[in-house]
Design a protein around this ligand. Structure first.
Ligand code: F3S
Length: 425
């Protein structure tokens, strides 16, 4: 692989041990992927929930990040940040969950946010960085978070590979990333073509229906690029997020063309780069029902938590939920959380939407997932059980349902309306 003079100087330790470590990691990645050179990504998206909750992976990241940060004072390129484990600075949330000061301090000590901020990372803490940190077609990024990857590639035409926390960190430290995969135009054509059965009407789809469609397709696609041929071109950005996010959960899709929407797919032929697809599938009602069945493990009518905003909700989605909550009350023993980013919540505050949600007993939360705090933790003696008493979770998002199901939680997968109904008085 060709390395510039500065790449070699980084590798040789001229800029410190951490930078040399980071460059070694990226060089190995480049060699493994047969990249011919390094490029300069315009930013890197870093996943940093806080370490002790992720077992073996967390330990590896801790070691890698520790060594990689040796002698590093600042990131070399802009770095955006994924949600944290829990927003301990949200007083209403902390109060609603009855979290004591000792627990808050334990959580604070476990988090990496301040460390990343001191290196210059942008404290946006969202899995939908594209809503607050816009990019353009043809720009290259580095980073992790499957939602950001598939959305940046598919909706913005921005180029990004499916990476890991250590490689995203290494890119932020060195300002370099190997040029392979999605960075190269010749790898961006679709290999799996998806059509919808005639009786399936996407214009009537709920968020959960779109999410179920993405989830079903992801299972078949694996890591192949996809093209959706029958999605209405006036689909909203919220529904695009709901459709695309699950492709990186049930599969490892990085790019899904939507004909007439994706910048590189004005036509089906353009998405396929003039080739024939390797495979064509047609999705119907039966396939979507299969996803609903697969992701629903709860038999109870009621849920303890209704979790929305996985991935983080844009304003449109928050307003729709708030309207449904108007004049209704959530049970005292249940929670309703809508997760989003801080800038979007600020607008919701100004529009009186937050007040509507809070009047019903729900909360709009920022900087965090609406469900990761329910994931199993590495050492139950060291950490806290914030989600005690939450046994059944209702959600309209397949990513949330998938991960909670994998954690052994009971899940009700359904439409936004059904999820709200499950926590009402
Ligand atoms: Fe975002 Fe957490 Fe879901 S990071 S995509 S809200 S799992």
């Amino acid at each position: 692989m060709y390395l510039t003079k500065e790449d070699n100087e980084m590798l040789d330790g001229k800029f410190g041990a951490g930078t040399a470590f980071a460059m070694r990691l990226l060089t190995k990645l480049g060699q493994a992927t047969e990249a011919e050179r390094m490029i300069t990504p315009s930013s890197s998206h870093i996943v940093s929930f806080g370490y002790q909750f992720y077992g073996f992976i967390a330990e590896s990241c801790k070691i890698l990040d520790g060594e990689m940060l040796d002698g590093v004072a600042k990131f070399k390129i802009p770095a955006t940040t994924n949600p944290k484990y829990f927003n301990i600075d949200d007083k209403k949330l902390v109060h609603r969950f009855g979290i004591d000061d000792g627990t808050i301090e334990k959580l604070r000590a476990s988090m990496t946010d301040k460390q990343f901020e001191s290196l210059g990372a942008m404290p946006i803490y969202t899995c939908t960085p594209f809503f607050v940190y816009p990019t353009r077609k043809g720009e290259s990024l580095a980073g992790a978070e499957s939602v950001a990857i598939v959305m940046y590639n598919s909706i913005y035409g921005t180029r990004l590979n499916r990476e890991t926390t250590p490689t995203a960190m290494a890119a932020a430290i060195t300002g370099r990333t190997p040029e392979f995969g999605m960075h190269k135009p010749e790898n961006r054509y679709a290999r799996l073509q998806v059509n919808l059965e005639k009786d399936l009407k996407p214009e009537t789809f709920s968020s959960a229906d779109y999410s179920a469609l993405g989830y079903f397709v992801g299972r078949i696609a694996g890591d192949r690029n996809v093209v959706f041929d029958d999605i209405p071109t006036d689909i909203s950005i919220a529904q695009l997020k709901n459709l695309l996010a699950p492709l990186g959960v049930s599969g490892a899709v990085m790019l899904a063309h939507i004909v007439g929407v994706t910048p590189e797919a004005p036509t089906l032929e353009a998405a396929l780069l003039g080739k024939s697809p390797e495979e064509r599938i047609t999705v119907g009602k039966k396939e979507l029902e299969e996803v609903y069945r697969l992701l629903t493990s709860a038999t109870e009518d009621k849920a303890d938590l209704a979790a929305f905003g996985c991935p983080h909700a844009p304003l449109e989605e928050i307003i729709q939920i708030a309207k449904q909550l108007e004049g209704r009350k959530i049970r005292d023993d249940a929670f309703l959380l809508i997760a989003t980013s801080e800038p979007i919540k600020l607008v919701a505050d100004r529009m009186g939407v937050t007040e509507l949600v809070e009047k019903s007993g729900g909360l709009i939360v920022t900087d965090m997932c609406p469900h990761i705090f329910l994931w199993k933790q590495k050492d139950p003696d060291e950490v806290t059980d914030i989600g005690r008493g939450i046994n059944v979770v209702a959600t309209d998002c397949t990513k949330c349902a998938h991960y909670l199901g994998a954690q052994g939680r009971k899940v009700k997968y359904g439409s936004t309306t059904e999820c709200i109904d499950a926590v009402l008085r």
